[in-house]
Design a protein around this ligand. Sequence first.
Ligand SMILES: Nc1ncnc2c1ncn2[C@@H]1O[C@H](COP(=O)(O)OP(=O)(O)O)[C@@H](O)[C@H]1O
Ligand SMILES: [Mg+2]
Length: 368
Amino acid sequence: MARSLRVAPEYIKKVKSALERNGYPSQKKFSEDIGPSLSTVKNFIAGIAIDYENFLEICEKLGLDWQDIRYKEPETQAPKPQPTNGEASPLITGAPITQPRYFFGREKELKRLFNLLKRYPLQNTAIIGKKRSGKTSLLHYLKNITTTPAEQLRPEQKSDWLPHPENYCWIFVDLQDARMQSREGLLKYILESLKMQVPAPCDLDHFMDVVSDNLHSPTVILLDEISVGLQRCPELDDSFWESLRSLATNHTGGNLAFVLATPESPIDMAHNTGHSSPFFNIFGYTAYLGALTEIEARELIASSPIAFNNEDVEWILTQSSCWPLLLQILCRERLFSLEEGENDDNWHEEGLRQMKSFAHLLDSELAE
Ligand SMILES: Nc1ncnc2c1ncn2[C@@H]1O[C@H](COP(=O)(O)OP(=O)(O)O)[C@@H](O)[C@H]1O
Ligand SMILES: [Mg+2]
C-alpha cells in the first residue's frame, strides 16, 4: 500500500463541494476541527498527495469513500516511473501555453472576459501584464478552450464559457510576426481567417467593405504584442487603427471585438508611441495579470507526473509567489531531481538560479 494518497482529478470538484455539504465554511475551519494541518487539507483538496492516514481521516469526516476518490495508479505501471521525455511533461517553461490542458488558473479573468464576449455587442478588452506573466498563453486559451474536445482537457477543466462556441471565429494576430507588420499582410490574414474573399488590391477601403458586408457571426481578433505593432510598423498608423475601431463599433452589428495584450495600458502605449487614434479608447475592460491564486498554483504543482511532498510544495509556492512561469521552473527542477533519484534539497539552488532571469515578476512595485 502506498504511503501517500491523492484525490483523482475527476473527484476534485466533488471533494470541494463535500466541504460545504458538511457545513464547513472554509478549509481553515475544517482543519481546525479535524486535526490535520491546513496545508494538508489544502493539498488534499488540490489533488496533491498527502499522508495515507490523513487521507483516510479527512475522507471519513467528509463522508467520502476513500477507495472511490483516490487516484489509482494504472495496474501495469512499471515499479519506477519512467523519466519524462519532455513530450509527456506538462511542465512548459519556454513557449506560451497553446494546449488548454497545460493551462492553469486565471478563473477570475476568464469569467470577466467571456462575459464580455458572450452577449451583443461583443466588447473590447485589454490584458495588461508584465513580460512573461502569461498574456500570450491567455490569448491562446481564450481562442481554444471552448472548442477543445473534453478528452483533451483535464477532467475538472471548465470549457462551457459560451452558449454557442461553434459560432465564434477567433483570430490570433502576433504583431511580432513580420507578415503582420504591413497593412496588406495583416488585412489579408484577417480575411483569410474569416474565410472571406481577399479583394485586389487588399487595401483598407476594400477590406472594410468586404468585412462589413459579410461579417454576421461573433468574431474576436486577439492582438498580441500590440506595442510592437505601434513602435515598429509605420503602415499600422492612426488611420489604420481608426478604421478598425469604426468597423467594430459601427459596421458589424456588434459582432466584432478586439482583445489586446500589452505590458502597459493601451492609452499610455498609444501616447508613448505618438499615436492618437480613438481605437485605444475602446477597451472598456482591462484585465491585469498578476500571479495565480494559491489554489490555482497548487493545481499546477499537482500536475507534475511525480507527486511532490508537502515541504516541496510549500517551498515552491513561497519562492514563486505563485507566478505561473516561476512555478513551472521550480516544478521542472524538482521533477528532474526526483527522476534522478535525488532526495536532498540541492535542486533549490538550481531552481533559484533558473528563476533569476525572471526576477522582474517578483518586483512588486511594478505589479499592476
Ligand atoms: N495559465 C498558465 N498556466 C501554466 N503556465 C503558464 C500560464 N501562463 C503562463 N505560464 C507560464 O509562463 C510562461 C510565459 O507565459 P507567456 O504567455 O509567454 O507570457 P507573456 O506573453 O506575458 O510574456 C509560459 O512559458 C508558461 O511556462
Ligand atoms: Mg507574449
